[in-house]
Design a protein around this ligand. Structure first.
Ligand SMILES: CC(C)(COP(=O)(O)OP(=O)(O)OC[C@H]1O[C@@H](n2cnc3c(N)ncnc32)[C@H](O)[C@@H]1OP(=O)(O)O)[C@@H](O)C(=O)NCCC(=O)NCCS
Length: 167
């Protein structure tokens, strides 16, 4: 299995929509990741990704054996948070539980610490998402804080946990 993290391309829109259009993916993500997820949503997202300066965020596709499998984004903090990055990631359901997210997160963090002046990368995970918590634990993130009712998703209040990886 070959895993690649690469920039998005306009021609990825159909494949992105196919993987992203799944309630089980969207339920763990912010509402900017819509459900249903149409090809127009995918085009809109890719246009935004292509316009985003690499000093502000690395917005990347996860490709597995040459096919779009999901996405991973590292957003760089600004102002006093300039040494901190925030990570988000997802995969289409057919790619789950094969170690792909664990490798993608490790690869992107390793690259960010090598190529930027970030000293810390954090990720916020909903407590009802054990698979994502496991990904961060496997990649040696430390659990830093627990936030009660921090997230309101689909009209439900959910606790979240913040994990961080230090350089
Ligand atoms: C979270 C997500 C990215 C994980 O991707 P993945 O490639 O399947 O992750 P990996 O295979 O690298 O690791 C998953 C781990 O979670 C474990 N896991 C999966 N489902 C689980 C569950 N219900 N309870 C406990 N552990 C679970 C797997 O067994 C595996 O751990 P192991 O290697 O120790 O066996 C994927 O499930 C996803 O895209 N979910 C929807 C979007 C999302 O939640 N994004 C993250 C937001 S913070």
């Amino acid at each position: 299995m070959e895993i690649q993290i690469r920039t998005w391309r306009p021609e990825d829109a159909a494949a992105l929509a196919e993987q992203a259009n799944n309630e089980k993916v969207a339920e763990h993500l912010r509402n900017v990741f819509p459900h249903p997820y149409t090809e127009e949503d995918a085009q809109f997202f890719i246009n935004g990704a292509l316009r985003t300066h690499c000093d502000r965020a690395w917005v990347r596709a996860i490709e597995v054996d040459g096919k779009i499998a999901g996405g991973i984004t590292l957003t760089f903090g600004d102002d006093v948070y300039s040494k901190n990055g925030e990570l988000g990631y997802w995969l289409g359901e057919s790619y789950w539980n094969r170690g792909i997210a664990t490798r993608a997160v490790a690869d992107l963090c390793e690259r960010a610490f090598r190529e930027t002046d970030l000293v810390r990368i954090e990720a916020e995970v909903l407590t009802n998402n054990p698979a994502s918590i496991r990904v961060l634990e496997k990649d040696h993130f430390q659990r830093e804080g627990y936030f009660c009712n921090r997230v309101c998703k689909n009209d439900q209040l959910i606790d979240s946990v913040v994990f961080a990886l230090l350089k």
